[in-house]
Design a protein around this ligand. Structure first.
Ligand SMILES: [Zn+2]
Length: 370
């Protein structure tokens, strides 16, 4: 571990760290966040966000959402952030004390005109540290988590990228679920091992958060939309105002249109193949399919596992920053209202041991895990 000096700063809204301790960050995600540093009056850019394991007086703690900023000359602890976390910060007699309901968390003292805190910065357990190529694979070969190594899966699996077209501010939705778009793809061959042939997606345009459902037949899109509508509207206690779909017959069905009328959802059909109208779902579908292709290629699983692959792709896409959101935010961050934790993500199709209960073991010679 390293002894590292932090300034307790009431001007910044996030904890900030310098490049020199960047190697201690874990759960790192790339960001592009502008920071205004009060005293310098200039804008700085943070390029990464992660967690930092520290100790004060031997007591371990984790600083979450620490922004790494290369231009920054010193490390800053955000006073407002600690206050938002329920801690009490007392500046008194040339000391700063951070208190929780259990007592003293850390103490620093005034040096010059800055309150300084000395922390031991601790290495995250090496077993949990994820190498760059491994993170690239875990995140579905996304270019957001690049690898310097030549990746043959990327070369074989990826299509050219669809250019991103930004909407004018006036056309962007103002609240969650205001606009949802849906798209249905299939039939895909081969069918999945459990005989799914299609998938349908629903994307909230405000958050860019996507739900995906696998279908055995096209007409199941209706019941999946009913399920989606019930889940998301009760989560946010708000309505879907508009549902944007292509001209597919499954959305034209009487039951689909009646359901939308009853829920007060205005249906918008993209009659033309106008890319500016269809851009979002076209782009999303390409991203899903090319990531799913990479996931299957990079796994020991066969093509009949595309169902798991497209669901994993959507899970990952929801956790990757998108140009459609400001400050390098991810759809999941907007949807759940808190930063995402990437530490539980493993490489797709990697061997995961599921414990087989005694009842499920047919004979005593069956393996205990499979
Ligand atoms: Zn790759």
């Amino acid at each position: 571990s390293d002894k590292v000096m932090f300034y307790a700063d009431s001007g910044c809204s996030s904890h900030l760290c310098t490049e020199s301790i960047g190697r201690y960050l874990f759960n790192i995600e790339p960001v592009n966040v502008q920071i205004s540093v009060a005293k310098q009056g200039e804008k700085l850019h943070a390029t990464k966000r992660g967690s930092l394991r520290v100790k004060w007086n031997g007591k371990p703690m984790v600083l979450l959402n620490v922004l790494l900023c290369k231009e920054l000359p010193y490390n800053l602890l955000s006073v407002s952030k600690m206050e938002r976390a329920g801690l009490k910060i007392v500046f008194e007699k040339e000391k700063v004390e951070v208190l929780s309901s259990n007592g003293l968390v850390l103490r620093g003292d005034l040096q010059g005109n800055m309150y300084t805190v000395l922390l031991d910065v601790v290495e995250q357990h090496t077993a949990a540290a994820v190498s760059e190529p491994d993170m690239h694979r875990r995140m579905g070969h996304s270019s957001v988590h690049p690898t310097k190594e030549l990746c043959d899966v990327c070369m074989k699996g990826k299509q050219t990228r669809t250019p991103y077209v930004d909407l004018p501010e006036s056309k962007k939705p103002k609240r969650i679920l205001e606009v949802v778009s849906s798209d249905l793809k299939g039939p895909l061959t081969p069918a999945t091992f459990d005989s799914f042939r299609y998938y349908v997606t629903f994307t909230c345009h405000f958050s860019n958060f996507t739900h995906i459902y696998l279908l055995r037949s096209k007409d199941e899109a209706f019941e999946k939309f009913v399920e989606y509508e019930a889940t998301v509207t009760s989560r946010f206690l708000t309505r879907i105002s508009r549902l944007r779909v292509d001209n597919g017959g499954e959305y034209r069905s009487e039951q689909f249109q009646r359901f939308c009328r009853e829920k007060g959802i205005e249906m918008e059909f993209n009659i033309s193949r106008n890319p500016s109208q269809n851009g979002k779902s076209e782009r999303l579908n390409r991203t899903i399919m090319s990531m799913a292709r990479c996931l299957v290629m990079d796994s020991p699983l066969g093509k009949e596992f595309w169902g798991e692959a497209v669901r994993t792709a959507v899970y990952l896409i929801n956790r990757l920053p998108t140009k459609a959101l400001p400050d390098g935010k991810t759809p999941a961050e907007v949807w759940y209202g808190r930063p995402v934790d990437l530490s539980n993500i493993r490489v797709f199709g990697c061997r995961a041991y599921a414990h087989v209960s005694k009842e499920d073991r047919k004979g005593s010679l069956d393996p205990v895990s499979r």
